[in-house]
Design a binder for this molecule. Sequence first.
Ligand SMILES: O=C(O)CCC(=O)C(=O)O
Length: 296
Amino acid sequence: MAIIANWAFPVSHVPELRGEEAFSVKLFEQKQPVVLRNYIDNVENFAPHSDIWSGITGKVTVISPDNPAVTARAGQSGDNVIVEMTVTEIFERISGLGNHPFILGEGERYYVFGNQSPAKLTDLVRWPIGAMDSDKSMYITAAGVLTKAHYDRHTAFLMHLYGKKHVLLLSPKYFQQLYPIHDTVTGNDRRSLVNLRSPDFKAHPRVVELEAMETVLEPGDMLFIPSNWWHEIEAMEVSISLRSNAENETFFRLEEIFSHLEKCSELISQLPPEQRIFVSERTKAALNQLRREDNT
Ligand SMILES: O=C(O)CCC(=O)C(=O)O
C-alpha cells in the first residue's frame, strides 16, 4: 500500500479478509476494525454513469474554496452551503462536466455526507447480519475531501462502491490523546481537535502516544468499524460509499454528559463558597463510588 502520510505515530495495517473468510467471519466478535475485500457483488452498478442514479437527489455540501484542504464534517463549518440537487448534477460538478455555474466560487468542492440512501441503492447490497434494516446513508465525495477524525457511537458497516478512500483508525482507548470536543451546539461533537497529519505538539502533546491502523478501500470492499473507534477518511479519488449502523446497540451519550458538566460548572461557580464546598464533597463521593464499582 502506498504511503499516504508520514505519521507522527506508529501506523499498522487494518486486518483484511477475503473470499470465504470474509463471508463467514463473525464481525461482532472482532475487537477491532476489519476490511472484507471484494465483499460487494456487482459493484459496477454504482459507477457514476450508471442508470441506478437517475431520479435520485442528494443534499450536497458545497465546500468553500476558502476552506483549508482539510475539511471536517464539512456541512457545519465556514462558508459552506448545503444545496439539494440531482446526483447526476453532483457527479457532473465533481468531474467538472456540464455547464454548471459555481455556487460559491472556483475551487469549491462537493460532498454528500451521510444523506439517507434510497432503498433502490441499499437493496442492491448484501448487508451483513446485524446491519440496521432502515437508516442507511450515502457518501459521495470529490477527490481530496477529508473527513477529520471523529467517532460514532454505533458500530458501522461502510460499503465502498467507487473510487479509493484512505482510512485511518484509532482505538477508543486513545480518547484523551485525541483531545475530543463534544460541542452539540455547533455540531462539533465527537471530534478530535488534533490535526493528525501535522500535529501541534505544544497544544496536543499526547499525540505521540497514539498508535493507528490504516487501509485503502477499493470498490467492493466493506469496512467494519466497531463503535467508538475513531476514524479519519480521505477520498483519494471521487468516491461513493454506503453506510449502515448496527442495530440493537445500547450506547451512552457522552456529549450529553459533557454538556451537563459544563452547565454544572457554570452554575457551581455562581454559588457561595460554603455551598461550593458541599457540591465538591458530594461530587468526590460520587466519583469514588464509581471508581469502587470499576474496580470490582
Ligand atoms: O466515508 C466518508 O466519507 C465518511 C464516513 C464517515 O465518517 C462515517 O461513516 O462516520
